[in-house]
Design a protein around this ligand. Structure first.
Ligand SMILES: [Zn+2]
Length: 259
């Protein structure tokens, strides 16, 4: 009896460990990069939804229906081009800071202030494609998984055990942390590269991404966390975009939206 119980406990422990190993690594499809990731997509998407609902309660949603419609249209077209069947949602917030964000599961936010920098539809598409790329590349989950200390261990243990309500609360907390923490530089470069492909595939001129980053570089106001302080320097980022431009132009020329 005791032996059988011990056997079962050992079995559960091994199963949990295997589960953790299986979910500890995922791959970014467009770049082939392997990433350390404790969370399943389902768990990460729950986390994204919870954080998005919280942000929508706390931040003022824009009443400019024309701009909000444009954000939704451009966002949905880029999202479709990404080939990911998420419950995409694009919200325009009343905030003069030229910024945007992306949460797991395709929850994207754009500030009205972004239009000071994104001067046309293609430039707006460049920002939205960059955000869509953060979401499809599971950057938030990766960022949370990379946190050291108790929280990461708890999230990992939760993922291995399956999603109970307590686990989900943990994910909600992790999400809040994930929203506050900036993406790291390699994630930003990856989102630039993948975003460039996505916008081109959606029929937006990828050369406008370069113009957008020039506008950001010249923007003198507050330094928004997502677009200036943690990103590669504008010169460096423009150089990389130009290196990837031939591939992006091929996508653009073959885009079904241009036919
Ligand atoms: Zn970014």
């Amino acid at each position: 009896m005791v032996t059988s119980l011990l056997h079962r406990i050992r079995y559960i422990a091994v199963a949990a460990l295997l589960g953790a190993t299986v979910t500890a690594c995922t791959t970014v499809a467009e770049t082939g990069r392997t990433q350390f990731n404790f969370m399943s997509d389902r768990q990460a998407n729950q986390m994204g939804l919870g954080a998005y609902q919280q942000i929508k309660k706390e931040k003022k949603i824009s009443r400019n229906t024309e701009l909000a419609k444009q954000v939704r249209q451009v966002g949905n077209r880029v999202a479709k081009a990404s080939g990911r069947n998420y419950a995409w949602e694009f919200t325009l917030f009343e905030d003069e800071n030229p910024n945007a964000f992306a949460l797991p599961g395709g929850k994207v936010g754009v500030n009205t202030g972004l239009f000071k920098v994104a001067k046309n539809r293609d430039q707006l598409a460049a920002v939205m494609a960059h955000e869509v790329a953060h979401a499809t590349s599971r950057h938030s989950a990766e960022r949370v998984s990379g946190q050291t200390g108790v929280q990461a261990i708890l999230v990992g243990a939760g993922a291995a055990m399956g999603a109970s309500q307590n686990t989900m609360n943990l994910f909600a907390q992790a999400a809040t942390l994930g929203v506050i923490l900036p993406f790291n530089r390699s994630q930003e470069s990856e989102a630039d590269y993948i975003g460039l492909l996505f916008m081109a595939r959606a029929g937006y001129d990828p050369r406008q991404a370069v113009e957008l980053w020039k506008n950001f570089a010249n923007y003198g106001g507050n330094r928004p966390p997502e677009f200036l302080s943690t990103h590669p320097s504008p010169g460096n980022r423009i150089q990389k975009l130009q290196a990837n431009m031939p591939a992006a132009m091929r996508e653009y020329q073959n885009s079904p939206y241009r036919k």
